[in-house]
Structure formats: structure tokens, C-alpha cells
Design a protein around this ligand. Structure first.
Ligand code: EPZ
Length: 444
């Protein structure tokens, strides 16, 4: 298994381009199941989660062709055999987001068998809202041998009002599933308490260019007028706001100035608001045509201040940046209070940050981070994607060497993170566990 070896204390400098968003790309790719025409995507990132989604779609009869345009990756998906309806456990267990094939498969092929995703490191993660929503549209749902088996007794889904709110707010992939199913339903569907995440807006954009009739994406009420069929389309995936936020934290904790290109600043108000309060400044560079893909300068040249952060559904502060902000706030002045309202158990990084000298007290879904003067390098364990990104942030500023084990978690959501941070001046290398041991021994 690969590890990252990070020598902390280097300043960052230069510019980095933000890639297409993983969390936008996964439901976008699943939408290829909704028709038999080619759907071309620009800027799908090269990540293990994306490769798993391609594998899953291939098993469901979707061909994939890659031909870069202007140096940017382009992926064309086309459903060429629509007979298969089974998303098997062997793939679903590697990636929970596989659940987003359920709505498209059911709506287009009339039935679907999708392995029920299990729990994961960040919490329980049920899919009850996805299933209730599909039932409201007329699906019959049964559980058989660990698989969700969905059929449509009436032959076609029927538009209705679907409520997507749960105990922790709206569900993002649940909204994606219902939206993707409702586009082929008979009549009008109103999705109430819909997730407002920018990734849902991106999905709606693709579906509209495929011929769907959708109003209100990005607001808590989405209206979908079902159509009989959809066609091919071309789509550029929105930039990854979580990747952008992670680079912003890297600049903040190392007190550096870097430039981010293709940065979805308009989708990051809650993030830039907290950064500003901490003392990390974000300045848009130039005007750029698309407000979702501008360049910005990130700088921090002062002692960071502690702040309160509460994770919430969009437009609130994203849970997917909680760990990275916690790592950064380990070196701020005073006490920061971080409350996790989406995944109350998402704190596996706390114990690992403590191994690096952080002072964090967790009480239920809240953690109090008391700023310390310095972090020190240590061997630590990546536990999930964003927790691991938090450890990278901490390691960039720690004194000495940090070895982050199990970086396959990072590879799920960050493309070549070590190379891109390296180009900005960080000392970070990927190695096998054995190579890392030699490296550390050689450096004394
Ligand atoms: C998406 O997961 C993201 N994944 C997650 O990103 C992200 O953390 C999450 O949204 C919240 O923003 C993808 O987009 C692929 P939810 P999703 O359904 O849609 C509860 C990352 O690091 N809930 O919006 O699966 C749930 O337990 C990942 O990139 C129900 O109760 O999350 C949670 O408390 C990890 N019943 C809350 O809702 C349901 O049926 C929000 O979860 C569904 C969810």
C-alpha cells in the first residue's frame, strides 16, 4: 500500500488548476443510462471513484471512449446494451456513490437491482430517502439478498410530489436519483426540500441539454416535466469546490500565496466567508466569463484566528471541508468550535491530528480545537477521503516528517495530489511502506 512522505515547513508558491468535480461527475456519468445516445464529458477527473463508476457502467452495457480535447480529458459514454440491470455488490462496496445508478436504471430500463451500500468510515449513511422517493414515483421496492430490487408495476414512473428532507437535511445523491428518474416519468414531479448543492445544478444542466424539462435546480423546489425520451449531449463538469477549498487550506496553514485557476468561487461563499474570518484572503483574478470557473489568489500572511464552523447543507459550510479546516485551525490563535451537522460521527481525523500535537476536545458532534504553536510530523493513518486530506494539510506545516498510510483514500478524490502540491513547492512523495522506511532511515 502506498504512503505519502511529507516534510513539513515549506512555503507554497505558484498556480494550480482545479479539476472537474468528483461529486458532480459521478451522478453525471450515471445519467448516460437514461438514453442510448452518446454523452460527452469534458474535465472528468482521473480518480479511483471515477474508474469504479466506469467499471460499473461497463457492466451495465455503457461503452466508454476517451479522447482529450485541447489538453483536457474528454470521456464519451454511450449505453450500447440496455439489457443488464444489476449493479453488483463487488463494485458497490468499493464506492457508495454507485447508488446513483438506481434512478436512471429504473426510469429507463423499467427495473433495477442495485446492491445496498453498507456503512462507511464517516457514519451510517442510509438510503431510505432515495427509496421512499422512488416509491412515491410508483416504484415497488424490495430487498433481496442484500440487493435493492426496484420495479414499476404500472409500467412507467408517474410524476408526483416527493419530499427529500431527512434528519440531517436534504440528501444530495437522493435528490440526484429522484431528479434523474423523474425526467422520464409521466407527468410533473415536484421535488420538495431538494438538495441545493451546485452539483445538483450541474446534473440538471446536463439533463436539460439531453432534452429534459427541469425548473428550479439549485433551490429547495425542483419541478420536472417528464419527457418520453432523452438524447445525446456534451457537458463540461463543474470544477471541484472541495478540491479548491483543500488547496486554500494548504495555502493558509503554510502562510503562502498561490493562484487557483478554474475555481468555482461562486459556489464557495460559506467557505470563503470562514477563510476571511481566519485570515486567509481570497481575491478573484481578472473577470473571467464563467463565474463558476474563475481564477483567484489565495494568501495568508498573518497569524490565523480561530472561528466557529458548523457544517450544513449547501449554501452552508460543506462537511467535505470540515477535516481540512480543522487541520488548519490547529495552528490558529485561540479556540475554534467545529460542529458537524451532516455526519455527526465524521471525526476520525481528530485522533490522528492529536498524534501530530494538535489539541482537540470532541464532545458529540462538536470539536473544540485549541490552537498550538506547532505541529510535529508523525506516522498517521488515512481513514477516509477528506480526513486524509486534513492530514496532508497538517503535515505541510508540521515540523519534521509525516508518513500518511493508506493514501488510496486520497486517490479516490484528489488527482495526483502529491505532484500538484510538489509543483507548488511542497516536499511530498508517494512511496511504498518499505521505501518510506528507507527514506526516513536515510534522513536520520
Ligand atoms: C454526498 O453524499 C457526497 N457524495 C458526500 O461527499 C458529501 O459528504 C455528502 O453528499 C453531503 O454533502 C457524493 O456526492 C458522491 P447525503 P450523499 O445523502 O449524497 C442522511 C466526499 O467526501 N441521509 O446528502 O450520500 C445522511 O446519513 C463525500 O466526497 C438519510 O438520512 O450524502 C447524512 O446525514 C463523502 N437518508 C445526510 O442525510 C438517506 O436516504 C446527508 O447525506 C440519505 C441520506
Amino acid at each position: 500500500m502506498d504512503v505519502f512522505v511529507i516534510e513539513g515547513g515549506r512555503k507554497l508558491d505558484g498556480r494550480v488548476r482545479i479539476n472537474g468535480s468528483k461529486n458532480a461527475a459521478l451522478p453525471l456519468m450515471a445519467a448516460a443510462l437514461l438514453c442510448d445516445r452518446p454523452i460527452s464529458f469534458q474535465d472528468i477527473p482521473d480518480l479511483s471513484d471515477i474508474r469504479n463508476m466506469k467499471r460499473l457502467l461497463a457492466e451495465l452495457g455503457v461503452s466508454a471512449n476517451e479522447d482529450p480535447v485541447n489538453g483536457l480529458p474528454r470521456l464519451t459514454l454511450q449505453a450500447v446494451d440496455e439489457s443488464e440491470i444489476h449493479a453488483r455488490y463487488e463494485i458497490v462496496r468499493t464506492m457508495r456513490a454507485s447508488i446513483c445508478v438506481l434512478g436512471p436504471l429504473l426510469a429507463r430500463r423499467g427495473s433495477a437491482r442495485v446492491s445496498m451500500p453498507g456503512g462507511c468510515a464517516i457514519g451510517q449513511r442510509p438510503v431510505d430517502l432515495h427509496l421512499r422517493g422512488l416509491e412515491a414515483l410508483g416504484a415497488k421496492i424490495e430487498l433481496d439478498g442484500g440487493d435493492i430490487v426496484a420495479t414499476i408495476p404500472a409500467g412507467r414512473l408517474r410524476g408526483t410530489t416527493v419530499f427529500m428532507g431527512g434528519p440531517f437535511g436534504s440528501t444530495v445523491l437522493g435528490t440526484a436519483n429522484i431528479l434523474s428518474a423523474a425526467v422520464l416519468a409521466q407527468g410533473t414531479t415536484t421535488i420538495e426540500c431538494a438538495a441545493c448543492e451546485p452539483e445538483i445544478v450541474d446534473l440538471a444542466k446536463l439533463l436539460i441539454s439531453m432534452g429534459a424539462k427541469i425548473e428550479g435546480a439549485g433551490s429547495p423546489r425542483i419541478t420536472v416535466h417528464g419527457v418520453d425520451q432523452l438524447g445525446g449531449a456534451e457537458h463540461t463538469v463543474m470544477p471541484d469546490r472541495i478540491e479548491a477549498g483543500t488547496f486554500m487550506c494548504a495555502a493558509g496553514i503554510t502562510k503562502s500565496t498561490i493562484t487557483l485557476d478554474n475555481c468555482p468561487l461562486d459556489a464557495m461563499m460559506s467557505v470563503t466567508d470562514r477563510l476571511d474570518a481566519i485570515g486567509v484572503h481570497i481575491d478573484p483574478v481578472g473577470s473571467g466569463d464563467d463565474p463558476l470557473s474563475r481564477s483567484c489568489k489565495v494568501s495568508c500572511d498573518e497569524q490565523m484566528h480561530s472561528v466557529q464552523i458548523t457544517t450544513q447543507p449547501h449554501p452552508g459550510f460543506p462537511t467535505d471541508l470540515q477535516a481540512q479546516f480543522m487541520a488548519m485551525l490547529c495552528l490558529a490563535n485561540g479556540n475554534a468550535v467545529i460542529t458537524e451537522k451532516i455526519f455527526p460521527e465524521r471525526f476520525l481525523h481528530v485522533a490522528e491530528l492529536a498524534r501530530m500535537g494538535a489539541s482537540i476536545t470532541r464532545m458529540g458532534a462538536t470539536a473544540v480545537v485549541t490552537g498550538v504553536k506547532e505541529l510535529t510530523g508523525a506516522p498517521v493513518m488515512a481513514s477516509d477521503l477528506r480526513a486524509s486530506a486534513g492530514l496532508v494539510i497538517a503535515a505541510l506545516a508540521a515540523r519534521g516528517t509525516t508518513v500518511i498510510n493508506r493514501v488510496y483514500h486520497i486517490d479516490r478524490g484528489y488527482e495526483q495530489l502529491e505532484l500538484r502540491l510538489g509543483e507548488l513547492g511542497a516536499s511530498i512523495a508517494r512511496a511504498t511502506e518499505e521505501e518510506a522506511a528507507h527514506l526516513i532511515a536515510a534522513n536520520g
